[in-house]
Each structure stands twice: as C-alpha cells, then as structure tokens.
Design a protein around this ligand. Structure first.
Ligand SMILES: NC(=O)c1ccc[n+]([C@@H]2O[C@H](COP(=O)([O-])OP(=O)(O)OC[C@H]3O[C@@H](n4cnc5c(N)ncnc54)[C@H](OP(=O)(O)O)[C@@H]3O)[C@@H](O)[C@H]2O)c1
Length: 375
C-alpha cells in the first residue's frame, strides 16, 4: 500500500508515476521576515563553534573562508590518509570529492517529516553518536531552525565543530526566481554561517503548471543567484534535485558553475541508469533519496533474499546497493536503532549475484514524484 504523503509538509507527495500537480506542490512553512544583513551576521557569528586544525581546499574564487577542520573538507594528506584506510573507517569518513573541491559524506541523514524541536534534537543527537556527519533538509520541510538549533547545541557535546558537519538545504519551489532571499532565510534558520550544499529542489515553480513557459527562465534566474552566492563563499557547493536529463542538459549548456550534485529518487525499482551515466560523464555526484522506497521496498522478496544471504537487514541492502555504485544516500529515520542500523554500511559488499538480483527489480516506479512533465 502506498503511504499517504498528501498531508506531508512541503514537496513530498508520493504518487506513483504521476507528475507534480498544483495540489501536490510544496506547502511552504511559515513565512519569516529576513533582514538583508542576516547573512553577514550569520557569517560573522555562526552559532556553532569552529576550530581549524586543517585548512579546507578552497575552490577558486571562494570568498568566505570558514572553519575547515572537517575530515572530508581537508585537502591533501588528511583526506588521502583516511581514504586509503578504506573499509575499516566509519561511515563519516566515507566521502566523495565534489567538483567544487569540497568533500561530502556519502551517508547523510534525511530529515523529511522530522518535526518538533525535541524530536529533531533527539534524532540529531543519535545520528551524531552513530557517526552521521551530513544532514539533508529543505526550506519546505519546515525544520531548518530546529536542525540549526540542535546542531548548535549538540556539536560541542560530541566534540565537533560546524566544519565537521555537512549541511544541505534546498530552494523551495515557491521561491524559484527569488533564490537570494530564500537562501538567506535558510542560512538564518540554520544559523550555520555557510551552506555546504544548496540545491534547487524542483525544476518547476509552485503554483504554476508543469508546462508553464516561465519555468525555464525562473530556473535559470535561480541558478545565476546560486552561482553568485557560490562565488561569494556563502555556498560551498551548488546543485539540483529532481532534474531530468533534459533539465540537466539545459543547465550545463548555460551555466558558468556546473552543478556538483543531482539529488533524485533512486533505488532498485528506479535505478536512474541514464541519469547516472550522464552524471558520471559530467562530474556530477548522484545522491539518492527515498532509497528505501519510503519504507515500501523493505518488504520486497528480492531484497529479503539478498538480506538473508548477507546476514544484513533489508534497509542495509538497499543502502549498500547505492553506495556500491558510488551513489550517496540520505536515509531518514526517527528511530535511534534504525539510525544505527542504516549506518552499518561499510565493511561488507553485495556480491555480483546480489547486485544482479536487485538489478532485475527495475520497473521505473516512483514512490515520490516524477518531474518528467516539467518543461
Ligand atoms: N529532493 C527531494 O525531492 C526529496 C524527496 C524525498 C526525500 N528527500 C530526502 O531524502 C530523505 C530520505 O527519503 P524519505 O525519508 O522520503 O524515504 P526513505 O529514507 O526511503 O524511507 C524513510 C522511511 O523508512 C523508514 N525506515 C528508515 N530506516 C528504516 C529501517 N532501518 N528499517 C525499517 N524502516 C526504516 C522510516 O521510518 P521511521 O522514521 O519510523 O524509522 C521512514 O518511514 C528524506 O528524509 C529527505 O531528506 C528528498
């Protein structure tokens, strides 16, 4: 049975194979007024502590040199030594170098539907304890402020600094074409000084038809703003989400800064092979969302058989399937035991037989939504 996501906040509505209808479009969180100086304040006075034993390898033209002590942000020997250690390392050290020069953990914690300051704090605490160093949120999730507060309070307890975590948030579809104010709002909400990754959440615009002629121009305006903020150092990497091959080709034909990341729904029933090939050819990192099919894939017989052969859980099999192909994952759970389970992904491999069995599940099924109708 399909989960009813129609009551979910923001962008996420599970509709098999359907496009995003006006009714399914993101419902924004409460509007917050944002003074123009907020970013300056945020950049000068991040609420997280910062220490910098290693210097970040900065991309050309970057203005903001924030704290650079995160293992994945270290250039040269720091990152190299950890990568060489390979599978013996914990999940936090398993990173990918983005085309922006920054390093991103391949495992992050998803936060869609994670609401309420107390629950957010408990989950972030458990995630940090289990080695997560990357957090994926979005303006439309309505939890940026709670995540910012939780990290600000919890990082010192885990002997971590702002630079030890990788924060991703996204431009809400209602803010296509108004990206600067929206991004400044997210920076203020997260109170994190800079964003490690900022994504355009959806190629369309909330409140406009999927085929609206202005979609392309608004996407393009948004991207130009992201490029500017990237060059100013406010955003360490920029990317897109829910873009199709056509949207990506159009972006690459016009951009000055290519996208570092494409975040899309991806799992054995929707392996996104064409997009994955394209991303590989163009140096774009593919990050999967809904790796568990929003929980629906956990009961599939094929997944169960592989899990039994491997002595692992179905969730671990689905997450490992992506990681083994170099695809990042951001599973979401509010359950500390599951958070721990979802992080045990590194010291084992799926066999070619396992990969073939999972590979045969491809049926182009979306558990979230399908952007192919957005012009
Ligand atoms: N860019 C986009 O448009 C977009 C769209 C969708 C999602 N996302 C991002 O991707 C993240 C992940 O996607 P998602 O949350 O939609 O789906 P998901 O990670 O595929 O599945 C989450 C569901 O699986 C359950 N679950 C998690 N781990 C489990 C385990 N080990 N065993 C059994 N059940 C488990 C969770 O329940 P409990 O919480 O009760 O454990 C939750 O109901 C989101 O949180 C969000 O950050 C982005």
């Amino acid at each position: 049975m399909q989960p009813d996501r129609s009551k979910a906040p923001g962008l996420h509505v599970c509709t098999r194979g359907s496009g995003m209808t006006a009714a399914a479009q993101p419902r924004p969180g409460p509007a917050r007024q944002q003074p123009d100086s907020s970013l300056v304040r945020a950049a000068r006075a991040p609420s997280f502590t910062s220490s910098s034993p290693c210097t970040r390898s900065s991309a050309p033209g970057r203005g903001l040199e924030g704290p650079g002590s995160a293992p994945w942000a270290r250039g040269g020997s720091c990152a190299g030594a950890m990568e060489e250690a390979g599978a013996s390392l914990g999940p936090t050290e398993q990173t990918v170098q983005l085309n922006s020069g920054t390093r991103m953990p391949l495992l992050g914690m998803g936060t869609f539907r994670l609401q309420g300051a107390e629950l957010v704090s408990q989950c972030v605490d458990a995630a940090l304890a289990h080695g997560y160093r990357s957090f994926d949120t979005a303006a439309v999730y309505g939890n940026e402020a709670a995540i910012g507060q939780a990290l600000g309070a919890l990082l010192p307890h885990h002997s971590l600094a702002r630079s030890d975590v990788f924060l991703t948030t996204k431009l809400g579809p209602r803010d296509q074409g108004k990206a600067e104010a929206a991004c400044l709002r997210s920076l203020e909400q997260l109170a994190c000084g800079y964003l490690d990754l900022y994504l355009i959440h959806w190629p369309g615009t909330q409140g406009k038809p999927q085929g609206d002629k202005g979609n392309r121009e608004r996407r393009w305006e948004s991207w130009r703003v992201l490029e500017r903020m990237y060059h100013a150092g406010q955003l360490r990497a920029i990317g897109v989400s829910n873009y199709t091959l056509g949207h990506l080709q159009e972006l690459l034909a016009h951009c000055r800064v290519p996208p570092a990341v494409l975040q899309v729904e991806c799992h054995p029933e929707l392996p996104q092979r064409e997009l994955w090939d394209f991303c590989q050819q163009h140096g774009i990192h593919l990050q999967a969302y809904a790796s568990l099919g929003c929980g629906q894939l956990l009961g599939r017989a094929e997944v169960g058989r592989v899990a039994e052969r491997q002595g692992r859980t179905p969730a671990q099999v689905l997450l490992r399937w992506a990681l083994q192909q170099g695809v990042g994952v951001i599973p979401k759970s509010v359950n500390p035991t599951r958070l721990a389970e979802n992080a045990q992904l590194w010291s084992w491999d799926l066999s070619p037989e396992d990969m073939a069995e999972l590979g045969a599940m491809d049926c182009s099924r979306h558990y979230c939504w399908d952007p192919s109708g957005v012009t």
